[in-house]
Design a binder for this molecule. Structure first.
Ligand code: SAH
Ligand code: SF4
Ligand code: F3S
Length: 440
């Protein structure tokens, strides 16, 4: 009987890919993945530390699965990823059920650490690395649709946004060899995938020096786009201080590079942006958006916003709202500021915006964004978009679901069409989350 591993993933897309890398590494040690937690001899939770509530969820989850271990004593529980890196041995001290703690750069050691745990010892490795990119490991794809997938192009982050825990839990920025990236993408295409999203905390600073040439992000993106015109390419995340005109021209030159940029603003107030150490101002951000609109006129834009950062006043908050309104974002992720121990903001500033004010500002932001998103969808009604079919719609098997290059979900009746196909769809109406149309 092969040993079974159950892996649960929290946090961002990086963690999703990391879990696939982990399954690949463990399969070399005789483990097969299972979807049934009750069957598993090894339970891994790939964790996120970005906000306090992300960590609270993990603690809750650990409590919820404790009965499995009480029932079957030889089950091993491992905490891996960002929260493992942040809390280290403290995780085992706090929760005796945890056997294994492994940080994001130590996954190659997992077979050894699991063996140690099986021998009855607690096993910890949270060493960060300057080189590790898992370039040579083929992730075991666990997505269910087989059409779109994520490819990690770099790890870590060298920016020091004052609020952010990522540089501490993911280590220094390092780029992955472009040859290995291109090979992974080609393999995905051969397997039938029709969309890849290139992932990094700040893709604009991707850089690889070989003896012959230097590959920056625009060059990498171009090479990926040239693999096949039927392969859509997306990327995330861009940093407003680094996104270059060169990159924008590359996006506009290739039909298969999706016309959508996720450009986290975080705040609309230059004073707050400075405190956040984002290294750009409101005006700089607006200039970048104007340039995007000039070079790629039909580009969709989305953003991340933090509300209630240290010292944020009503006026600062209004500036965030007015920036969102001005940019007319198609989509936004919005968060209440959550102080993370060890970050610059935690060390130097007071978390002085009251919780109820944070909540109030967040709901104001969300209702504004709801209006903007609805408007963006209404603007699409009557137009024809090429849709990459991802599968059946959630509601009914008579409808197919896919996305436009601008990253909007489209649902339409789909006789004879299959996932992975491209189809032109006339948008006839929209709901708050979806565009609805018919194929033409
Ligand atoms: N590297 C990306 C994303 C990092 S994490 C970038 O720079 O944009 C994703 C988002 O979480 C961030 O964009 C930010 O909006 C949010 N975030 C990060 N730290 C946070 C904190 N301490 N409190 C609230 N939101 C936070
Ligand atoms: Fe965090 Fe800033 Fe790096 Fe993004 S760019 S991961 S927000 S430090
Ligand atoms: Fe969370 Fe780590 Fe991603 S902290 S957002 S899982 S890089």
């Amino acid at each position: 009987m092969p040993k079974k591993v159950y892996i649960e993933t929290y946090g961002c897309q990086m963690n999703v890919v990391d879990s696939e890398v982990v399954v690949s590494i463990l399969s070399g040690a005789g483990y097969v993945p299972t979807d049934n937690i009750g069957d598993a001899g090894l339970i891994l939770i790939n964790t996120c530390s970005i906000r306090d509530n992300a960590e609270q969820r993990i603690w809750g989850r650990l409590k919820a699965i404790s009965h499995l271990k009480k029932r079957k004593h030889d089950v091993k529980i491992g905490i891996i990823g960002c929260m493992a890196e942040r809390l280290k041995e403290k995780l085992i001290e706090t929760d005796k059920l945890v056997d294994i703690v492994v940080g994001p750069d130590a996954y190659r050691e997992l077979p050894l650490l699991v063996a140690e745990a099986e021998a009855g010892h607690k096993a910890v490795n949270v060493l960060l690395s300057r080189e590790e990119t898992y370039a040579d490991i083929s992730p075991v794809r666990m997505d269910k649709n087989g059409v779109s997938s994520f490819v990690s192009i770099m790890r870590g982050c060298n920016n020091m946004c004052a609020y952010c825990v990522v540089p501490y839990v993911r280590g220094a920025e390092r780029s992955r060899n472009p040859e290995s990236i291109l090979k992974e993408v080609k393999d995905l295409y051969e397997l039938g995938y029709r969309e890849v999203t290139l992932l990094g905390q700040n893709v604009d600073s991707y850089k690889w020096d070989s003896n012959i040439e230097t590959t920056g992000f625009p060059e990498l993106l171009e090479k990926v786009a040239m693999i096949n015109p039927l392969l859509r390419v997306r990327f995330s995340t861009s940093h407003p201080k680094d996104i270059s005109d060169d990159l924008l021209h590359t996006i506009s030159r290739y039909e298969n590079i999706c016309k959508h940029i996720h450009l986290p603003a975080q705040s609309g107030s230059s004073r707050i942006l400075k405190l956040m150490n984002r290294e750009y101002s409101r005006e700089w951000y607006m200039d970048r958006v104007n340039t995007i609109r000039t070079i790629i006129p039909d580009c969709a834009l989305s953003t991340d916003m933090i509300t209630g950062f240290c010292t944020e006043t009503k006026e600062d908050h209004k500036e965030s709202l007015s920036l969102m309104d001005w940019a007319g974002f198609d989509f936004a992720y919005m968060f209440k500021y959550s102080e993370r121990p060890g970050t610059k903001a935690a060390r130097k500033y007071k978390d002085d915006v009251a919780e109820n004010i944070k909540s109030e500002r967040l709901s104001e932001m969300i209702s504004l964004q709801n209006k903007l998103s609805a408007q963006a969808k209404k603007n699409d009604v009557g137009k024809v978009y090429e849709v990459l079919i991802e599968g059946f719609s959630k509601r009914s098997d008579e409808y197919l679901s896919g996305r436009t290059s601008r990253n909007k979900v489209v649902v339409f009746p789909g006789g004879g069409l299959k996932k992975g196909n491209y189809v032109k769809v006339l948008i006839e109406r929209c709901t708050s989350a979806t565009l609805i149309g018919k194929s033409i």
